[in-house]
Each structure stands twice: as structure tokens, then as C-alpha cells.
Design a protein around this ligand. Structure first.
Ligand SMILES: [Fe+2]
Length: 232
């Protein structure tokens, strides 16, 4: 037998987190999302599973550690269960508890928590780790989908107890500078595929913000909301 027959295949990469452990995190987060679905109208399982799937793809593209990125995606938004309208760091204790229950080693769990915080839209910078880039691109893509403002924006308002003006100011305030400075998406393929959607989405929210300064639009929304209260 030659030496080359005994050598491990070059392409055989051992994941940092065993697939059975990723599955355990998946099952736990799915259970939590199902149990608290009424409180996670925007950041529920539909969001988590979309971000996990896209983040894994972006991780393959940019060479990040895929099992760590997938697991980070599964636990990235648990802060919304701890407190409405909160930052990623608010979910640290719950995030680490979920990872510990599934058998993720403490130093890997700490790494995942740092990735989640690094990838947060409000504070992310140009130079973040490859793992945070993959997670960020997936989460940012969800925000940029043309369907998100149509079918999910009202759910964000309800989940987080904020008004339309506050959401429009949050989106424009947190996202416009990333687009202007060229790191809205980190992965060039993601940027090529989705920048048009992101641009349209940011323009829509800028227009929403402007429209709210029109007294007649304000009156219109008051009337709509009054009707919604009576109907419910
Ligand atoms: Fe998210």
C-alpha cells in the first residue's frame, strides 16, 4: 500500500461541531420557536431556517467554518425572546444555555456568541470575521427580500412594539451607511445578486419615512389604525 492511500483525502474537512450536535441545536431552537411563535412573529422559525440555509451557502463560498456558521445562525436571534427590540448581546445567556444543552464545547459557544454580536447590522464594520460575514449576508438578505416589507414588516412592528416611523428610521439609520460604504453584503456573489433588491428596499423605507411627514398621510394612518382597533 502506498503512502498516498493511507493519507486522508485533502478535501475531507472535519467540522468543528459534529452534525449530531448541530441537529440538537436545530431541534431545541425549533422547539422554542414553536412554543413562543406568538412572540416571534418576525424572528420565528421561518426567519431562523432561512438565515441558516443561506448562511451555510455563504460560508461555503467564503471559506468560513460551515458548522459554526450554521449553529450561529440557529441561535442568532434568541435575544428577541429575552426582550423585545433588543440587541444580540441581550440573548447571550439563553444562547449559551441552548448551545451547552446541545453539547457545544464552551470555547466554541463563546466563539459563536462573538460571531453573532460581530454580525449585528447596527454595529457591524467592514472588517469582520469570515464566519460573521456569512451570517451577516444571510441575515441582511432576509431584510432585503422584496417580500419582507410586504408580508413581514407589520409583524416586526407587533413583535417589537414599535411604530412605522421608528422602524423606517431604524432601517435607514442602520443600513444606509453600509450600502454607501460598500459592505452591505460582504460576499461579492451576494452583492452581485442582491444589491438591486437592497437598493429598492432602502429607497422604499426612505420614501416611507418621507411620507410620514405629510400630515394627510399621518391622518390616513390614524384612520386605518383606528379601524384596526375597532375591528379586532
Ligand atoms: Fe436575524
Amino acid at each position: 500500500m502506498s503512502i498516498s492511500e493511507n493519507a486522508p483525502a485533502v478535501h475531507e474537512i472535519v467540522p468543528v461541531i459534529h452534525p449530531s450536535v448541530v441537529d440538537a441545536v436545530d431541534a431545541d431552537v425549533h422547539r422554542i420557536c414553536t412554543r413562543y411563535a406568538a412572540r416571534l412573529q418576525f424572528h420565528g422559525w421561518h426567519h431562523v431556517s432561512f438565515v441558516r440555509s443561506k448562511a451555510a451557502r455563504f460560508a461555503v463560498l467564503n471559506g468560513a467554518e460551515v458548522s459554526v456558521v450554521e449553529t450561529a445562525a440557529l441561535v442568532h436571534d434568541v435575544n428577541y425572546l429575552v426582550r423585545r427590540n433588543s440587541s444580540a448581546a441581550t440573548g447571550r445567556r439563553l444562547r449559551l444555555a441552548i448551545l451547552s444543552r446541545a453539547g457545544v464545547a464552551p470555547h466554541v459557544a463563546g466563539w459563536i456568541d462573538r460571531i453573532v454580536v460581530e454580525a449585528e447590522m447596527a454595529t457591524r464594520g467592514r472588517d469582520i470575521s469570515l464566519e460573521a460575514q456569512a451570517l451577516s449576508d444571510a441575515d441582511t438578505l432576509f431584510k432585503s427580500l422584496p417580500v419582507t416589507p410586504v408580508v413581514l414588516a407589520h409583524r416586526y412592528l407587533e413583535e417589537n412594539g414599535i411604530g412605522l416611523r421608528e422602524l423606517a428610521e431604524k432601517i435607514c439609520g442602520e443600513q444606509q451607511d453600509k450600502q454607501d460604504e460598500g459592505y452591505y453584503f460582504y460576499n461579492p456573489e451576494a452583492a452581485a445578486m442582491y444589491t438591486r433588491w437592497a437598493t429598492a428596499n432602502l429607497q422604499l423605507w426612505q420614501c416611507i419615512k418621507e411620507s410620514l411627514d405629510d400630515a394627510d398621510v399621518e391622518e390616513l394612518l390614524d384612520a386605518v389604525n383606528a379601524h384596526a382597533v375597532v375591528a379586532s
